[in-house]
Write a protein that binds this ligand. Structure first.
Ligand code: ATP
Length: 208
C-alpha cells in the first residue's frame, strides 16, 4: 500500500490538511496523537520520561506536565537540545513501532488505496524510510507564527521561535518533498490542493 508522509513546520497546517484527507476517507495515522497516547499514566513511556527528567515531569494528578517539559526541551541552549534528544530517544522508537503496527492493520483491512502518516519531524528524525512519498505543507514563517499565536493563546513568541529553531528549515524540508502544499491563503485554497493530490495519490496507488 502506498504510504504518504505528511510533514511541515509548526503551525504550517498539517492537522488541517490531514483532516481534509480524512474527510475523503483516507486513513490517517498521526504521530502526535500516538505520542499523546504513549505518555498517558500507566504507559511505560511516561515512566521512562520520569526516570530521565525527574518527578517534576508529572503534575500532582500523575499526568505529564507538558508545559514544564516544553519549557525545558525547547529552551534554546545546549542543555535544552540535550533534553530534547533524550525525550526523542525515548519516544521516537515507540511512535515508529506503533505507526508500523497501524499501517499493518490498515493493510490487513484491505480497503484503503493509500494512507497518510502525519509525522511533524519526518525529515529531522530520518524516518523517511517509512513512506514512499513525502508531502510537505509549506507556509511563510510569519503566517506560521501568527496562526500558532492565535491557536495557542498560551504560547509566547519566544517559545514559538525556539520550536521553529529546533525544526528543519523550510529549505531542508522542501528539498525532501515529493509534493508540496502551499498554505499561504484561505482554507478553501488549501482544500482544493488536497483534492488535487487525492486524485494524484489514487492514480499512483493503482499504478503501484
Ligand atoms: P502544529 O505543528 O502546531 O501541530 P499544524 O501544522 O498541525 O500545527 P494546524 O493546526 O493545521 O497546523 O494549523 C494551525 C492553525 O492555523 C489552526 O488554528 C488552523 O485552523 C489555522 N490555519 C491553518 N491553515 C489556515 C488557513 N489557510 N487559513 C486560516 N487559518 C488556517
Amino acid at each position: 500500500m502506498l504510504k504518504i508522509g505528511l510533514t511541515g513546520g509548526i503551525g504550517s497546517g498539517k492537522t488541517t490538511v490531514a483532516n481534509y484527507f480524512a474527510a475523503l476517507g483516507v486513513p490517517v495515522i498521526d504521530a502526535d496523537q500516538i505520542a499523546r497516547e504513549l505518555v498517558t499514566p500507566g504507559q511505560s513511556a511516561l515512566q521512562a520520561i520520569v526516570s530521565a527528567f525527574g518527578p517534576a515531569a508529572v503534575d500532582s494528578t500523575g499526568q505529564l506536565d507538558r508545559a514544564w517539559l516544553r519549557a525545558r526541551v525547547f529552551n534554546d541552549t545546549d542543555i535544552g537540545s540535550g533534553w530534547r534528544q533524550r525525550l526523542e530517544s525515548i519516544l521516537h522508537p515507540l511512535i515508529r513501532a506503533e505507526m508500523q503496527r497501524r499501517v499493518q492493520a490498515i493493510m490487513e483491512d484491505g480497503h484503503a488505496e493509500y494512507c497518510l502518516l502525519g509525522i511533524p519531524l519526518l525529515v529531522e528524525s530520518g524516518q523517511t524510510d517509512l513512506v514512499e512519498r513525502i508531502l510537505v505543507v509549506d507556509a511563510p514563517e510569519v503566517l506560521q507564527r501568527q496562526r500558532v499565536r492565535e491557536r495557542d493563546k498560551l504560547s509566547s513568541d519566544a517559545e514559538i521561535a525556539a520550536i521553529l529553531h529546533s525544526q528543519a528549515s523550510r529549505r531542508q524540508r522542501l528539498m525532501a518533498a515529493d509534493d508540496i502544499i502551499v498554505n499561504d491563503a484561505d482554507l478553501e485554497k488549501l482544500r482544493q490542493q488536497v483534492l488535487m493530490l487525492h486524485q494524484r495519490y489514487q492514480s499512483l496507488a493503482v499504478a503501484n
